[in-house]
Design a protein around this ligand. Structure first.
Ligand SMILES: [Zn+2]
Length: 159
């Protein structure tokens, strides 16, 4: 574990990690540390178990009380996007008509698709939401991460 972390840190000195690392639920500040303890989002008991802060750069993942309520906007947007893309593919492959029930089959299939993708969507929404507020910082090794100011330790995890 320690070795693999060390290797990641070394290669990052050579080039900037891709912004796509946000989609892998990496810390937005260094794009290297994992936000979630469990890699597999379908282990439902730990789907949303997040680290307090980035193991690599020390960025806090909980910026203020109730911070991740806002991620539902991202989740909503992602669900709409997936629905539109799925409808387009469905219309091209199977077709949609006013004279039969194919549109309703799409509705049911889309609902099943969205529900089965929920664990991934919830994680992506949190990761993207955090990345909106925490930009990449190429100097993360030298500049210490800001401590969150609006965290109430007594009320933590009380939501
Ligand atoms: Zn980090």
């Amino acid at each position: 574990m320690q070795n693999s972390l060390q290797m990641q840190t070394d290669t990052s000195a050579v080039r900037k990690p891709s912004v796509l690392n946000v989609l892998k639920c990496k810390c937005p500040r260094c794009r290297l540390g994992d936000m979630f303890y469990e890699k597999n989002p379908y282990r439902l008991k730990s789907t949303l178990k997040m680290r307090e802060q980035c193991e690599i750069c020390g960025q806090a993942f909980d910026l203020e009380v109730g911070f991740y309520y806002g991620s539902s906007y991202v989740s909503y947007g992602l669900s709409i996007l997936i629905s539109v893309v799925f409808l387009a593919i469905y219309a091209l492959v199977i077709g949609i008509s006013l004279n039969d029930n194919r549109f309703f089959y799409w509705l049911v299939a889309n609902a099943v698709l969205l529900i089965s993708l929920q664990p991934i969507l919830m994680r992506e929404a949190r990761s993207i939401w955090l990345a909106i507020f925490v930009p990449y910082n190429a100097d993360w090794r030298d500049v210490p991460a800001k401590k969150p100011e609006r965290i109430n330790e007594d009320q933590k995890n009380n939501w």
